[in-house]
Write a protein that binds this ligand. Sequence first.
Ligand SMILES: *[C@@H]1O[C@H](CO)[C@@H](O)[C@H](O)[C@H]1NC(C)=O
Length: 230
Amino acid sequence: MRFSSFFVVAGLAAVGQAQQKLKVMFLGDSITEITCWRPQVWSQLAAANLTSSIQLVGSMNTIPGSCQKPAGFDARHEGHSGYQAYDVARNNIAGWVRSTTPDIVQFMLGTNDVNIGKRNQQAILDAYTSILGSLRAANPNVHVIIVKMIPTQWSDSTIEAVNTAIPGWASQRTTAQSPITVADASRAAGYTNAMLAGDRVHPNSQGDQFIAKQVGPVLIKVIKEKLGTA
Ligand SMILES: *[C@@H]1O[C@H](CO)[C@@H](O)[C@H](O)[C@H]1NC(C)=O
């Protein structure tokens, strides 16, 4: 009897501990999946002593072998090569977040809508709105970090237009319960063609560093706000 009640109490304590961790999702396309900025952001979180306060969530658990991985790096994410915001909104996101119910979702999407889907600015912004609805349906308190897209080498005009529209899109939809914060990996923020790989679309190692520099501090600020330690 004594033993069993001890184990029950210990089990409850463990559950309580797990529930306190903030669930963080990195959502995107190949620029999230097959690049090396995620471990760099993890290093920033570790330097800020935040890795024990969070849990990364997502159906993916991959990182390119070429990336430098800090100790304890959590490779979970929701980056899917080739995916368009349009398709993520219609087919994927509701299911992805139904089970994981993230507290914080960071996303960069839209590059494939332009390069593969040939979609226009409004279609991409509408997809963002739909994705936001699914995130809030899974967790009404979700904090969303939307990242302005990195440029293509030819400065695709639709990508640039969506990036310009993102702050207005965010300010129209942010709420006290479910804030939206903008992070900026765009040309305007300083992303140069020297940061692009030979395919003119993906980040090289310099680009990874730039994305990590633009995303990491914003994520740290949001985590601290959520933890009440900001
Ligand atoms: C790091 O975070 C943990 C968990 O929140 C906390 O217990 C610990 O005191 C922190 N350490 C430092 C050096 O701030």
